[in-house]
Ligand binder design. Structure first.
Ligand SMILES: [Zn+2]
Length: 148
């Protein structure tokens, strides 16, 4: 017996209920019918951040970045690859701190890129500076194991 997980859709942000054993079976959103996991980070703004941050049962790994930041551009493809590797156990998201200064302030982001790992509205870990795909995956799994 397993309890359904609440998973926020990366497209329409509706909260879906998915049995854990079905996570790997390409579940679709009950509202917009698009894939709940498409191996891409979701772009989050202040309107939809909270549902992924507090209501979803998936850990949320956020890349706080800005368009003018060179190391952020370098890390972007690595972060996208990490999404393909970490889904469906972790939701990866990007917050453009230039467009979303409120979120940057809320989390006290002082340098970019900064990666932060959240679960159920709590911060588990954060790390400033660009990382390669394997390091992003290892870092995330380390902190999730430490918590379990
Ligand atoms: Zn949807």
């Amino acid at each position: 017996m397993s309890e359904a997980l609440h998973i926020a859709c990366p497209h329409c942000h509706a909260l879906n209920r998915v049995p854990p054993e079905r996570l790997g079976e390409a579940p679709a959103c009950g509202r917009c019918h698009r894939a709940l996991f498409d191996a891409h980070p979701v772009e989050l703004g202040v309107d939809h951040f909270a549902i992924h941050y507090t209501r979803s049962d998936l850990p949320l790994l956020v890349d706080f970045w800005a368009p003018w930041c060179g190391p952020c551009q370098v890390m972007a493809p690595h972060f996208a690859q990490a999404a393909a590797l970490l889904e469906p156990r972790v939701r990866l998201a990007k917050v453009n701190t230039q467009n979303e200064p409120t979120l940057g302030q809320q989390f006290g982001i002082r340098s970019i890129p900064t990666l932060a790992l959240f679960h159920h509205g709590r911060e588990l870990a954060r790390q400033a500076g660009a990382m390669a795909t394997a390091d992003i995956v290892r870092w995330t799994q380390q902190h999730l194991v430490a918590r379990a």
